[in-house]
Design a protein around this ligand. Structure first.
Ligand SMILES: [Zn+2]
Length: 310
């Protein structure tokens, strides 16, 4: 089966000003990489569907969704957050981005694709149940995960979020959801300055010091042993990773998920610590990636797989 590559022209039209770091050029960078790496033969392209109100309202409050629709401007920018502005094309782009995650789930669970990669923007992981935040309006990976749980009837879904920022929005949405395991690695302290204090068996946060490099590994025997470049990972980071192997309390965290949603995020700026250079799909995260992924075989260790945007 091919890798589904889900994109849509609407996602390139969303603009928050020429100086804003969340730029359509990110999608162009991914498309360029597909050409340079000669991946075209390995993918099958799909247009992103529009997310429906029902799909959005599984993870967002209906009055919040109403507000996003009602403030969407015909011209100029309307700021919903110091970092998130809606322009004339933003609503369509946001609906495509969330819809891409739903489409990715349908393609993988429908056995039409081994994996799906969403080349989309705006991103989603900072968007909370009732708040736009940090370039994000709808939480794309959450919309896809909720679709997998509620429509496809999966019993366990995991969302793995690696990004220089904590995925506060996804945590906010799924804090009380027993079927979902949320794992987030992020630089700490750094925006949004959340996640380091979370205490939940289903939320595994791994705050990393600036300058932490790759190479962390978990050895056998249940102990997390880490080789983390310059300096060690913090005790809190070790505890977070170790908890994946040793769930606490009587209710195990939903390990061995049916599917994995994966979002690839913001690489730390040079000199400020580095996020991974390569995502698990092998794509170089030159600037900013967002991913939704779903594995393949129910009840077995998931095999990856993604929707992304730069
Ligand atoms: Zn972020």
């Amino acid at each position: 089966m091919p890798l589904a590559f889900i994109a849509d022209p609407d996602c390139r039209l969303h603009e928050m000003g020429t100086a804003h770091p969340e730029s359509p050029r990110r999608l162009a960078a991914i498309e360029d990489f597909v050409i340079v790496a000669r991946l075209e033969m390995a993918i099958r392209r799909y247009e992103a569907p529009l997310a429906t109100r029902e799909q959005l309202e599984r993870v967002h409050a209906d009055d919040y969704v109403d507000a996003v629709f009602s403030v969407a401007p015909k011209r100029r920018l309307v700021w919903l957050d110091p970092d998130a502005a809606m322009g004339p094309h933003t609503l369509a782009a946001a609906l495509r981005a969330a819809g891409a995650a739903v489409g990715a789930v349908d393609l993988v669970l429908g056995q039409e694709a081994s994996a799906a990669f969403c080349c989309i923007r705006p991103p989603g992981h900072h968007a909370e149940r009732r708040r736009a935040m940090g370039f994000c309006f709808f939480n794309n990976v959450a919309v896809g995960a909720a679709h997998a749980l509620d429509v496809h009837g999966l019993e366990r879904v995991a969302v793995a979020d690696f990004d220089v920022h904590h995925g506060n929005g996804t945590e906010d949405i799924f804090r009380q959801e027993p079927r979902l395991l949320f794992c987030s690695t992020f630089q700490h302290p750094r925006y949004p300055f959340e996640g380091a204090g979370t205490d939940s068996p289903r939320i595994v946060n791994v705050p990393l010091a600036a300058g932490t490099t790759g190479g962390a590994r978990i050895s056998g025997g249940g102990a997390a042993q880490l080789a983390a470049g310059p300096g060690d990972l913090s005790a809190r980071a070790r505890a977070g990773i170790g908890r994946l192997r040793r769930p606490r309390g009587g209710r195990p965290c939903p390990a061995r998920p049916d599917r994995v949603g994966l979002r690839m995020g913001h690489r730390a700026p040079a000199g400020g610590g580095r996020a991974p250079r390569r995502g698990p799909a092998g794509l170089r995260s030159g600037r900013r990636l967002r991913a939704w992924g779903a594995g393949t075989q129910r009840g077995r260790t998931p095999q990856g797989h993604v929707g992304v945007r730069a």
